[in-house]
Design a protein around this ligand. Structure first.
Ligand code: ATP
Ligand code: MG
Length: 151
């Protein structure tokens, strides 16, 4: 079954100057193991589309007046908040464009990585930290054991 299918997705924003139509009928599908690259000029709606898929659009001012986002065939737009929260971070994740504004500079690298394991897998502090180090080692970050304590 298709992993992710976006059908006729529309996103708009209510602003003081009127409605901004940020995404107008986007369609794509991604199979397991497949990589999809989306190209487009700045402001064309790539990030807003990704935010809609992740379920992290600010609503309001954002709105999804039309479309479906099927994950394993199930429309995430009609799921409960709780169901979506289980998928987000555990089965779908996003690497943000601007690390300086999406990571918190007063929390350690280890804390921010471990949060995912604590929230989604219920791991304790020590275990979650060990898993974070393991993942950093897997992507060949040098001296991962020391790096987790960095800010
Ligand atoms: N909260 C918001 N309120 C109003 N307009 C918004 C909001 N968020 C995004 N937009 C608008 O939606 C449009 C799409 O923006 P988006 O960030 O998705 O572009 P992008 O393709 O990711 O661009 P870039 O390549 O620069 O990252 C832009 O016109 C942007 O100004
Ligand atoms: Mg963007």
């Amino acid at each position: 079954m298709t992993l992710l299918e976006v059908r006729d997705l529309h996103v708009d924003f209510q602003t003081r100057d009127g409605v901004v139509k940020a995404v107008n009928g986007v369609n794509y599908s991604v199979e397991a193991g497949e990589t999809l690259a989306v190209l487009g000029e700045s402001g064309s709606g790539k990030s807003v589309t990704a935010q809609a898929v992740m379920g992290i659009l600010d609503m309001p001012p954002g709105r999804i007046p039309q479309g479906e986002i099927l994950f394993h065939g199930e429309d995430m737009l009609t799921m409960s908040k709780e169901e979506r929260r289980k998928i987000r971070g555990a089965r779908i994740a996003m690497i943000f464009q601007d690390a300086l504004s999406s990571l918190n500079p007063v929390l350690t690298v280890g804390y921010q990585l471990a949060e995912m394991f604590r929230v989604h897998q219920g791991l304790g502090r020590k275990e979650a930290k060990a898993r974070s180090i393991e993942l950093m080692e897997r992507v060949k970050i040098p001296a991962a054991k020391a790096r987790v304590n960095d800010y």
